[in-house]
Design a protein around this ligand. Structure first.
Ligand code: ZN
Length: 448
């Protein structure tokens, strides 16, 4: 009896152990199933919404979309920016698009619009440029020794916004320099320039835009300008501005964020994602960061910060150009000095902003007259060796374009206080000066 009692107890113990093992195994399986289900559902959600769970709002311009609605929305955005082929490709890449009427209708609509497009005359592409925009008129026009220069060479935020609005209304569409011509490498590895077609609907006109000296130089501190470009929490560039009491505020205080927002609101103002080209020196840092090792306020960490901003801006379509390292007069200085200066830009600025094949001459001073550059021009040879293929000077004419099989050269028009005050008639193709003029600007604008 005692024995069988002991045996029963042993059997019960064994049964309990087996039950425990089965329960543990079941619990494990359940855990695995739940986990799998969770990730599986999350994956499905991602697949259908194109959203990445757990991440902040999407910041990239192009986002993977996987619903008919999402595809249509993205295609409309591309088509609004004149990329009809891209829009059609996107729709046709969607599984079963032929059974979605809204998608086939859109393809038909884009195809129809394509038949109305015509190639812009490359010799009639105008190029306008600005300096850092004035955020606070009272501080820029305060009677200090800098006032005259600001009044002559700068544009206020309200003027810039009015110009954008009117130019958009008049059918202007922002294009990049490489929409006009691009570098092509042949089978022998030689490069040459080739004209491109800018295809626009009737009534639309291309315009290139650039901004010079986007460094937020230290001499401008306290004069009513932004202090640097940063990437905001939404993933888009914005500006910092320092108030009198030292408080730093963020907002659309210069061309970059203003234009970025304008294009988001009016995608038809940008040809296939074009933005402006920013001409940048090196001697006092870039984008408001004190990145110049021999300059005032230098700190190594500034380089990393500036690079992160530049990377994101390039992703969004912004283009960087050399404006010489030391804001040098490339036409007047010696060949040796030019070589030295361009090497400095390559060593100090290029690692931050990335490679560029565009040079925007400081002071607008070109290395030659209107005749073509030739290999007899030693300065041209140096700049060509540095990789430059796009050369921009300053020219008051509506258009000045020189395209050879080696380079594209273009004149740029200053839309500043000086030009608006003295030659409003020269800007009539763009806007009536009377409708953009900022009354906060002192008159007369000093003569140069
Ligand atoms: Zn400059």
């Amino acid at each position: 009896m005692a024995l069988s009692e002991e045996r029963r107890r042993a059997r019960r113990k064994k049964q309990r152990r087996q039950a425990m093992i089965i329960l543990t195994a079941l619990a494990l399986i359940a855990a695995l199933l739940i986990t799998g289900l969770f990730f599986g559902i999350r994956g499905l959600v991602r697949l259908f919404t194109g959203k990445k769970g757990g991440e902040a709002a999407p910041t990239a311009v192009t986002e993977t979309v996987n619903t008919a609605d999402g595809i249509l929305q993205e295609a409309e955005r591309l088509a609004a920016g004149y990329d009809y082929d891209g829009a059609i490709r996107l729709i046709q890449g969607f599984d079963g698009y032929t059974s979605e009427a809204m998608l086939t209708d859109a393809v038909a609509r884009f195809e129809a619009t394509k038949t109305t497009l015509s190639a812009a005359n490359l010799n009639e592409v105008t190029h306008v440029f600005f300096h850092t925009l004035i955020k606070d008129n009272a501080k820029a026009f305060d009677g200090e020794y800098t006032e005259d220069g600001y009044n002559q060479y700068m544009t206020t935020i309200s003027e810039f916004e009015a110009m954008l609005r009117i130019m958009h209304e008049r059918g202007y569409v922002l294009v990049n320099l490489d929409d006009m011509a691009k570098v092509v490498t042949d089978e022998n590895g030689n490069t040459h320039m080739e004209a491109c077609e800018i295809l626009l609907p009737p009534g639309k006109k291309p315009v290139v835009m650039s901004q010079d000296d986007v460094s937020y130089y230290q001499y401008m501190i306290g004069d009513g300008f932004a202090s640097r470009i940063v990437i905001g929490e939404d993933g888009y560039p914005t500006c910092e501005y320092e108030e009198d009491d030292g408080t730093v505020v963020r907002g659309d205080f210069d061309l970059v964020p203003i234009l970025e927002k304008f294009i988001q609101a009016h995608p038809d103002f940008s040809y296939q994602g074009a933005r402006a080209t920013l001409a940048i020196t090196g001697y006092d840092g870039v984008l408001g960061y004190r990145t110049c090792p021999s300059g005032e306020g230098y700190h190594e960490s500034e380089i990393e910060k500036a690079r992160a901003v530049a990377d994101r801006m390039r992703e969004l379509g912004w283009v960087f150009a050399s404006h010489s390292w030391g804001h040098q007069l490339y036409g007047s200085i010696s060949v040796e000095k030019l070589r030295e200066d361009s090497t400095k830009w390559e060593n100090e600025v290029q690692p931050i902003l990335g490679e560029t094949d565009i040079i925007i001459y400081a002071h607008g001073e070109d290395i030659a007259g209107i005749e073509n550059y030739t290999s007899e021009n030693e300065k041209y040879n140096i700049l060509r060796q540095c990789g430059f293929r796009y050369f921009c000077n300053v020219d008051a004419h509506t258009y000045w374009v020189q395209l050879t099989d080696e380079y594209l050269r273009q004149g740029r028009r200053n839309l500043d206080g000086y030009r608006m005050y003295y030659n409003p008639e020269m800007l009539e193709d763009l806007f009536p000066v009377s409708e953009v003029w900022d009354n906060g600007r002192p008159t007369p604008v000093p003569a140069i």
